[in-house]
Design a protein around this ligand. Sequence first.
Ligand SMILES: Cc1ncc(COP(=O)(O)O)c(C=O)c1O
Length: 453
Amino acid sequence: MHSFDKDADHVAVDKVLSYARERLLMDPIPLDGAQTEDYLRSAAGQTITREGLGSTRAMELFEHTLAPACLSTDHPRYLSFIPCAPTREAAAFDVVVGASSIYGGSWMEGAGAVYAENQALRWISDLAGLPESAGGVFVPGGTVGNLSALVVARHTARARAKEAGTGARPYRIAATDNAHSSVVSMAAVMDAEVCGVHVDDKLRLTGAELRKTLEEHGPETFFAVVATSGTTNFGVVDDLASVAEVCREYGLWLHVDGAYGGAGLAAPSVRHLFDGIEHADSFIVDPHKWLFAPFDCCALIYREPELARIAHTQEAGYLDVITKSAEWNPTDYSIGLTRRARGLPLWYSLAVHGTDAYVEAIESTLEVTRFAADEIGRRDYLEAVREPDLSVVVFRRLGWGPDDYQAWTDRLLGEEFAFVVPTTFRGETLTRFAIVNPHTTKEDVNAILDTMS
Ligand SMILES: Cc1ncc(COP(=O)(O)O)c(C=O)c1O
């Protein structure tokens, strides 16, 4: 398997790269869709065998059976959950990252990659108005980003309580019901408790409500507040300025989850919604959501990275050469040790296109979203649930119940026309467009809305 056979190696590599090339340049992209396990068992059969299938057969299986059984999240009419719409440069560069065996955990091993990733992180950090000293790391996704940040928040709060001799051992996180499900899940991983804060009439976390919750439960029991800059279901941006003020008053860590919406920082038309984010102690944004990078990538940034280094650095004799150095070692800023340089596809695309192209692309998705909201308002069989702040629109089809929404979703997917799943809010089934793909056009929106009449 590892012997060097120039001709055979070329063929094997070319086979994979030519598929990647074809997929990267495909236009239009097929929507495709999941198949049943029975179907896959009969179509693909047993793929792992003692002798191996050989590259021709294995690639054939992937191309003709397995790949078409995966939805194309970069399809312009994939509007469910949060789509993934990487630039061609970012997606292509992911192949380079895989091909290069770069270890992205330490400066000693991956200095060039770490340098480049840090420049991409700097761009994001500057958009948020964090100080020059801010820094962080690219992690696999928002869930890991939230967990890593909250671990630092708790570590710091407990160290400070110990130093002050208060005897407090903070174990609570304040967040609203609209915070992402990963916050509750990661709190469970940490054996922490999430304390619910009421939202205002715009579904936002506000300083006033936060204060009530802190006072009710005892501020000394909290180690962090999680605000969201772009909730997943609605794209709501919390009132970060008032929340930050209360956090400052109580000496509480403010973590801002911008996994989906953080990209809006780059868009002048919505930048004001994020006012106050410059006070965050930690902040995340997933470039695989609205910053046109491939899965999986979350930018995690700390106001004071040294606090994260103290909380996360793994100590072991064989790691001393790294951990005792003064260099920037990304692995010290999150959970996990071994690290793919997963920020490089974003870096490459940013380096190629420049940041203005990102501003333009994000604004274009916002424009299509506003168009969708207007169209929903114009059609007498549809009703918006809330005006979009960012690029998510939630609306109802008057007269429809849960089964109607599901049948509609199934029909559109069955025809490979679009992928739009229902959502629920306060017990009601609704539907939702998440528009982060610059290839999604106003015509796509109209075509989908027409199918609901
Ligand atoms: C606001 C928010 N936070 C966190 C996450 C979790 O991110 P990931 O799926 O990358 O773990 C998501 C995912 O949609 C999200 O929208």
